[in-house]
Design a protein around this ligand. Structure first.
Ligand code: 4NP
Length: 166
């Protein structure tokens, strides 16, 4: 008798930066855009380690860059990451090394989420952070999009890779 394959739950990814108004919303948008284009079902969200911008829309420069790249992030609202997110998501992905260490500090010991650095998913860029464009001019946001889009490509590769045998 053949057995039906076990239903696989939809994977989930949470991107985390400092303010949740520049880098992580763009990472969220890039992964949503790639997943839609490839017919990949994935739950995507973003958050910040800080609480300064909670409830606020993405930085206008991030909104403009997203629009240039064909996606609308104007309805996104910032929120702060919490320990519960480590139970709610399969992957918690930090945008830079500071975000990664801040996340490691609040990660519950029994958390199921895999914690990683976004550019660790991009061959040749392992260990690098996505530069914070907040204090620069609008040109920095084009580079941010390029970086988070590469990272999102790496996340898609991770989610679509054949499972390795234990
Ligand atoms: P993000 O950028 O972490 O990419 O959202 C920042 C946004 C706000 C601040 C710092 C970084 N801030 O200091 O308010």
């Amino acid at each position: 008798m053949t057995q039906a394959a076990a239903p696989t739950a939809m994977p989930s990814v949470l991107f985390v930066c400092l303010g949740n108004i520049c880098r992580s919303p763009l990472a969220e948008a890039a992964l949503r855009q790639l997943a839609a284009a490839r017919g990949l079902s994935v739950r995507v969200d973003s958050a910040g380690t800080g609480d300064w911008h909670v409830g606020g829309a993405p930085d206008p420069r991030a909104q403009a860059e997203a629009r240039r790249r064909g996606t609308d992030i104007s309805k996104y609202r910032a929120r702060q990451v919490s320990a519960a997110d480590f139970h709610d998501f399969d992957h918690v992905v930090a945008l830079d090394a500071r975000n990664l260490s801040d996340l490691a500090a609040i990660r519950p010991a029994d958390a199921s989420a895999r914690l990683s650095l976004l550019l660790d998913h991009v061959p040749g860029f392992e260990g690098q952070g996505v530069i914070d464009p907040y204090f620069g001019d609008e040109h920095g946001f084009a580079a941010t999009w390029d970086d988070v889009h590469s990272g999102a490509e790496g996340i898609v590769a991770l989610l679509t890779a054949a499972p390795t045998k234990a």
